[in-house]
Design a protein around this ligand. Structure first.
Ligand SMILES: Cc1cc2nc3c(=O)[nH]c(=O)nc-3n(C[C@H](O)[C@H](O)[C@H](O)COP(=O)(O)O)c2cc1C
Length: 187
């Protein structure tokens, strides 16, 4: 698939099945992440892969985290949390590692991590893989972030679910380019 087609026709794929990315495909996905725009070349991101049995451990971490605040959480909700990471054969966690910098404010570093995540979903589409960028409470829960080994100040930008598309998805309705872009012709 050519690059422009991937960029203009990419869709997220919520229903994913085995197999997940091959070793070669992981290299391409992470290579794409590394090409995110990066002011000052701070490399304000890092990544964690979660595959196989580690997904179940992540689900247990989710459940444990919610039980800390809600000890009487009904069994069905517990199971839902445990099963969350099993929605795809592989997950890529995108972490923003911001540092104090005189010329590059934190927001630019977070945006760079977001660009890395977007490069991953674009590259996945170009490879014929399915991908879905998700966050939700489990991306912000401090117990989960600690369990994942995030350091103070690091932010989880998202869980990119990856696998083989289990169903095709068509492009959603989109605004016209005229709606989203106007020419500014001076004051
Ligand atoms: C930062 C971020 C977090 C997101 N979190 C979720 C999420 O938790 N659940 C969800 O269904 N979609 C989430 N999305 C949206 C999907 O990734 C996807 O973009 C959306 O379903 C639209 O589909 P499309 O990418 O095919 O247009 C998130 C997107 C971004 C950028």
């Amino acid at each position: 698939m050519d690059a422009i087609t991937a960029l203009t026709e990419r869709v997220s794929v919520p229903k994913l099945r085995e197999p997940g990315p091959s070793a070669e495909q992981w290299r391409v996905l992470l290579g794409a992440a590394l090409r995110a725009a990066d002011h000052g070349q701070l490399r304000p991101w890092r990544f964690l892969t979660v595959e196989g049995d580690a997904r179940a451990d992540l689900g247990k971490l989710y459940c444990e985290s919610v039980l800390k605040d809600t000890p009487d959480l009904p069994e069905t909700f517990q199971q839902k949390l445990i099963n969350m990471p099993l929605r795809a054969p592989a997950l890529l966690l995108v972490v923003a590692c911001c540092q104090a910098h005189s010329k590059v404010p934190e927001v630019e570093q977070v945006v760079s991590a977001g660009a890395a995540a977007q490069n991953v979903v674009n590259a996945a589409f170009a490879l014929g893989l399915g991908a879905m960028w998700r966050t939700g409470d489990m991306a912000y829960n401090t117990h989960v972030l600690k369990g994942l080994g995030l350091e103070e100040g690091e932010k989880l930008i998202g869980y990119v679910y990856l696998g083989t598309p289990a169903a095709t998805k068509s492009l959603p309705p989109m605004p016209s380019v005229e709606e989203i872009c106007q020419s500014w012709s001076g004051q």
